[in-house]
Design a protein around this ligand. Structure first.
Ligand code: ZN
Length: 96
């Protein structure tokens, strides 16, 4: 495992978290670099900060919404995909 990006320390351990987070930043991809992504255009790539691990952010896909509905600090929940290639995507928290 690597080292702490803030102090350089290497006493790092894995810790379980709830998984919910907020949207830190995002972009909408309209031109796919990889050919197998062309069928899902446009798609949203977001930077998600975990609620119970402040400062820890994950680059991931934001799904089940449109880019026009996103806002800074939007609450998100993870969608875990299990399989040969496990995935973690995020979608907005259900409201109303
Ligand atoms: Zn540190």
């Amino acid at each position: 495992m690597g080292s702490c990006p803030y102090c350089g320390g290497n006493t790092i351990e894995w810790r379980a978290i709830e998984g919910g987070g907020t949207l830190y930043s995002w972009t909408t991809v309209h031109h796919a670099f990889l050919s197998d992504r062309r069928t899902s255009l446009p798609y949203i790539v977001g930077l998600v900060e975990f609620a119970d691990a402040p400062g820890v952010r994950l680059i991931t896909n934001i799904v089940e919404t449109g880019s026009g509905r996103l806002f800074e600090r939007m609450p998100l929940v993870p969608i875990i995909g299990l399989g040969p290639q496990p995935t973690v995507k995020f979608r907005p928290v259900e409201t109303g």
